[in-house]
Design a protein. Structure first.
Length: 42
């Protein structure tokens, strides 16, 4: 049971890191002004 939870946590961490990496890449390529406005609005 512990091992399964550990695996799930690792998977979530990897997915989160990949998402953040892709998000940063996308934001960098498309200019940060749109994303900056979105982030300040939220």
């Amino acid at each position: 049971m512990e091992n399964q939870t550990n695996k799930k946590g690792t998977l979530v961490a990897i997915i989160t890191m990949m998402f953040l990496f892709c998000y940063d890449l996308f934001r960098y390529q498309h200019g940060s002004t749109i994303w900056y406005n979105l982030e300040t609005a939220l």
